[in-house]
Ligand binder design. Structure first.
Ligand code: ATP
Ligand code: MG
Length: 486
């Protein structure tokens, strides 16, 4: 995988570093020297298959660190700079980390959890390091899930994982690799969405990648990075899009925008056309098996509520309870052999076994085909059963988002003795906006179905979020269940 990411001519631009006051352009040749410096450090200290942490924000050193670990046949473990001590400790312990490539800030965070290796202090002088011999399924990267539904699980991927991402990344950016393309994401590279939807595919496809640090995402800072880096292609997590939209911040000069990780909805797609001037291409995947479905504005327009079509290289199916393909709603599954599919969960044989059914990886998400498009119904645990109806929260959230007073919303099922569950919405209003629960209920009733309107609405200041910016529904559900007992 390291060879694949470094395969462009030495003089070609690889990373545009905007982390300091001045823009620094890093070529593939320079990046290769950084990789060799770190690989030389590892060669005498670790064995193939050992895990090495990478605790670095977006930067040329961050990609160099992963590439060095892969070059010597070890397994890199991306770690997030915003992790607190417990989050770092649980991952360092689970992964069995001895060394972590980091900077002084990261070294302070780590304390005695593992040996901190300061990347900019490893000498650059020395010879080239040979690429270790690896097969597609030789373990390369151990990457943790977002922890939206429970404690984060480490998904172990082979060297094939980058190949598995390339078609979906290209498609979701309307054929990434056009002259002038330049790729960026505000998401940290410690997540699969940053590392394998942006940083590594950019390198592998020869599209310059912008490294910038937004300690806090703000619409102004985002617009500034896009202007300074001549960014043309962005992967925005939905939460970033919601913040841009709420602030009324349009962006100019973009050729493609991709998004995934949470449902987007019709309102956001329409806004993207208006204020970003592009179709927001929604894609779908998970840390365990990513980039398996996508839309592509250039060829097949995104359809609201859908996550696009299956991406070439991945066989995606909707299965019924008996494991047979169904035309109705069922489990979204991906056939074994998909190159972006994890080898297993690290240290979790029972969870690994439960994740697969025969030839299929069961995503835990529910979907239904609409021709070749896959409609996202909801995470299995989030689908609401009310008076015998099965209701996906995404559709109701999307509908509420179309109301001008609503900034953001989380919909969950609240236990109900009569109806099994009722639809409950937690709504954050836009600053100074005023609306009654009844008005919002009527809004849903007139746009969706009588049975799916939220019987209860609570107005809240903010929704609980993961560090990756996803709404933690588990917490909303717990809140709703606790309200039952009051
Ligand atoms: P955990 O598995 O730890 O609970 P997580 O599932 O949020 O956390 P990720 O692997 O980052 O961790 O996210 C994958 C999940 O995100 C998918 O299984 C799906 O539920 C959701 N998702 C991804 N893309 C989309 C999309 N386009 N629309 C709706 N949901 C999506
Ligand atoms: Mg998951």
């Amino acid at each position: 995988m390291a060879a694949q990411a470094l395969a462009q001519p030495a003089g070609q631009l690889a990373v545009i570093d905007l982390t300091g006051p001045l823009r620094v352009d890093v070529s593939y040749g320079e990046l290769g020297s950084m990789v060799d410096a770190l690989a030389r450090y590892l060669l005498t200290r670790i064995q193939p298959g050992d895990r090495v942490g990478v605790l670095l924000s977006q930067s040329p050193w961050c990609v160099a660190a992963h590439l060095a670990v892969w070059k010597v046949g070890a397994i890199s473990v991306p770690l997030f700079k915003l992790f607190k001590r417990d989050a770092l400790a649980s991952r360092a312990g689970d992964a069995g980390l001895q060394f972590v490539f980091t900077d002084t800030e990261g070294s302070d965070l780590l304390g005695d959890l593992a040996e901190a290796v300061l990347v900019d202090q490893v000498g650059l002088a020395g010879g080239e390091v040979a690429f270790a011999e690896t097969l597609p399924d030789t373990p390369a990267v151990l990457i943790y899930t977002s922890g939206t539904t429970g404690s984060p699980k480490g998904a172990l991927h082979g060297h094939w994982v980058l190949t598995g991402h390339l078609p979906g990344v290209a498609i979701s950016h309307d054929h990434l690799g056009q002259p002038g393309d330049c790729l960026w994401t505000p998401a940290d590279w410690a997540w699969i969405g940053g590392l394998f939807d942006v940083a590594m595919p950019g390198l592998a496809l020869g599209v310059p990648v912008v490294a910038a640090r937004l300690d806090k995402f703000t619409p102004e800072a985002c617009a500034d990075v896009i202007a300074r880096g001549d960014v043309r292609n962005v992967f925005f997590p939905p939460t970033a899009l919601r913040m841009l939209k709420a602030a009324g911040q349009g962006l100019d000069g973009l050729r493609s925008v991709a998004s995934g990780g949470e449902p987007l909805g019709a309102e956001m797609l329409a806004w993207g056309k208006r204020r970003l001037g592009v179709s927001i291409n929604e894609f779908y995947g998970q840390t365990e098996c990513n980039m398996v479905a996508s839309s592509c504005g250039a060829d097949y327009a995104p359809r609201p509520g859908c996550i696009g079509k299956a991406v070439p290289g991945h066989t995606v199916a909707v299965l019924d309870d008996a494991g047979q393909a169904t035309a109705g709603e069922g489990d979204v599954a991906v056939r074994r052999g998909s190159p972006s599919m994890m080898l297993k969960y690290w240290n979790r044989p029972d969870e690994t076994a439960a994740k697969f059914r025969g030839d299929w990886l069961i995503t835990g998400d529910r979907g239904i085909w609409e021709g070749e498009y896959l409609r996202f119904v909801g995470r299995e645990d989030d689908v609401i059963t009310s008076s015998g109806y099965r209701i996906g929260p995404a559709e109701i959230e999307d509908c509420l988002m179309t109301h001008p007073a609503v900034a953001t919303v989380g919909v969950v099922g609240k236990p109900d003795p009569l109806r099994t569950e009722i639809v409950k919405a937690y709504v954050v209003l836009k600053p100074a906006a005023q609306v009654t629960a009844k008005e919002l209920q009527d809004h849903v009733k007139t746009h969706l179905a009588q049975y799916s309107y939220p019987r209860e609405i609570s107005f809240v200041e903010a929704l609980p979020m993961t560090v990756t910016g996803k709404v933690i529904r588990k917490e909303l559900k717990a809140r709703a269940a606790a309200e039952m007992l009051l």
